[in-house]
Write a protein that binds this ligand. Structure first.
Ligand code: ATP
Length: 443
């Protein structure tokens, strides 16, 4: 992958309607992006694939959809108000702010270590060696609930979806009559006031997370942790078709781990800017439930009716950002090829993920008999598959290029032979080979 890959991906995403800059006509807003027609389709398919593998395929994993704003006590108990921080340095000369760990190119967030590493570093914005010492910066996004803007009405946009999973743990356990081990999964928005959003949709301020918290007996933590690590790797490689050579494991050391985690393994994906975090598996121990029990005063213990013992369950978490996953899926599928002397860009997405499953065209758009026949085929395929595109713009070669770029697996062309024998041409995206099939076999 060369250096301009990210530019090419950003340009393709805009040109073909995957991702647009939020408020683009006003110059955008840093860290926020809008998904366009194809981006929504791809994102929905990724979410549906994850939901099926994580929730509906399992007997003991249940879904929830919590509110974005919760009682601020939740974030006090979870440690986010005190500890959800990143290290920051200011430039005394130009007033730019930078993530200290990114500037020092380290995974550590230890302030003393960062101070040492950055002592001779110049500000990347103005080039002056006038950086302040690193300090912590809280990433929670604040707002007010109700008409009075004072301390009593302060609320936070959730920084992770996990919070409402912990507060609903008893509700789910009781309503679903669940016994340990069981999991609760959620897909939803989260907000982080990142110091420097960057790398397209990789680091944003409004993100969507897909998380699952698995509640267990503490004695099973190692085995369960390994199982969810394996799940993440399998999901990426088999369900999303991501090449193993684009993935690697990264284990957090003590200085990198989040405030709640006893162990953490990330899967890194090879983004154009390097191998970076995509999916985390964390052992959160009884950190969250114990803290919620303490702060709320409610009993959150689990009663084991076989051993007649009460205890606070441990939690193993599987957490991935949808935007990072969608970006990884597109980068992994992106290929530039030369076929018969012609260059093309092709997204080799898994068939199930492609925003459009088929494109249907009449060979010529000024021949009503071809158009009518093509419309018939289009309608029947659309009835069955939904995501079928009508494409009669430009010549056939141009249509194929366009469909290759958005990853449409098969293009169907209705020509004069169709009128005689009811067969159509199907062209395969990956091999570019064409063959004829009967319409009835197609539909
Ligand atoms: P990073 O170290 O990259 O800031 P993190 O370790 O803080 O990420 P987690 O809190 O473990 O991330 O969040 C779980 C997942 O949510 C991450 O693995 C990532 O896929 C996604 N995620 C986190 N922060 C962002 C962000 N600012 N933009 C996009 N996705 C994010």
């Amino acid at each position: 992958m060369n250096d301009d890959t990210m530019e090419k991906i950003v340009s393709l995403c805009k040109r073909r309607g995957f991702v647009f800059q939020a408020s683009e006509i006003y110059g955008g807003v840093s860290g926020f992006w809008d998904y366009g027609p194809l981006g929504v389709e791809l994102a929905n398919k990724i979410k549906a694939t994850w939901w099926k593998a994580m929730v509906t395929a399992n007997d003991n994993i249940f879904g929830v959809d919590g509110a974005i704003i919760q009682n601020p006590k939740l974030w006090e108990a979870s440690g986010h108000i005190a500890g959800f921080t990143d290290p920051l340095v200011d430039c005394k000369n130009c007033h730019a702010r930078h993530r200290a760990d990114h500037l020092a190119d380290t995974d550590s967030t230890n302030l003393e270590e960062l101070k040492d590493l950055l002592k001779d570093t110049a500000c990347p914005t103005c080039g002056k060696k006038e950086l302040t010492e690193p300090r912590t910066y809280n990433m929670m996004m604040k707002t007010w609930v109700g008409p009075i803007e004072d301390d009593s009405s302060v609320a936070y946009l959730r920084p992770e979806t996990a919070g409402s999973i912990f507060t609903n743990y008893k509700n789910v356990q009781e309503t679903m009559r669940a016994k340990l081990p069981f999991g609760v999964a959620q897909i939803g928005k989260a907000f982080r006031n990142e110091i420097s959003p960057r790398d397209f949709i990789f680091r944003v301020r409004e993100l969507e997370q897909m998380e699952m918290q698995y509640f267990i007996h503490p004695s099973t933590q190692t085995e369960v942790y390994e199982r969810w690590r394996e799940f993440a790797w399998d999901f990426l490689t088999t369900q999303l078709g991501i090449d193993e050579k684009n993935l690697q494991w990264h284990e957090h050391d003590e200085n990198e781990r989040a405030h709640y985690a006893a162990a953490a393994h990330d899967i890194y994906f090879k983004y154009p800017q390097g191998f970076k975090e995509l999916w985390g598996t964390h052992n959160r121990t009884d950190y969250d439930l114990s803290n919620h029990q303490r702060v709320s005063g409610k009993d959150l213990q689990y009663f084991d009716d076989e051993t007649h013992k009460r205890f606070v369950p441990y939690v193993v978490e599987s957490s991935v950002g949808l935007g990072r996953l969608l970006l990884a899926t597109i980068i992994n599928a992106y290929h530039e090829e030369e076929i018969n002397g012609e260059k093309r860009v092709v997204l080799k997405l898994q068939f199930e993920l492609a925003p459009y499953r088929f494109a249907v065209s009449p060979l010529l758009k000024n021949k009503p008999e071809l158009v009518e026949k093509a419309r018939d085929v289009y309608r029947s395929l659309k009835k069955k598959h939904g995501n079928v595109m009508w494409d009669d713009n430009g010549n056939i070669g141009k249509r194929y290029r366009r469909q290759d770029e958005i990853g449409t697996p098969e293009c169907i062309v209705i020509d004069f032979q169709t009128l005689d024998d009811n067969t159509v041409t199907i062209r395969d995206r990956d091999t570019t080979e064409q063959h004829r099939v009967k319409i009835e076999n197609l539909v």
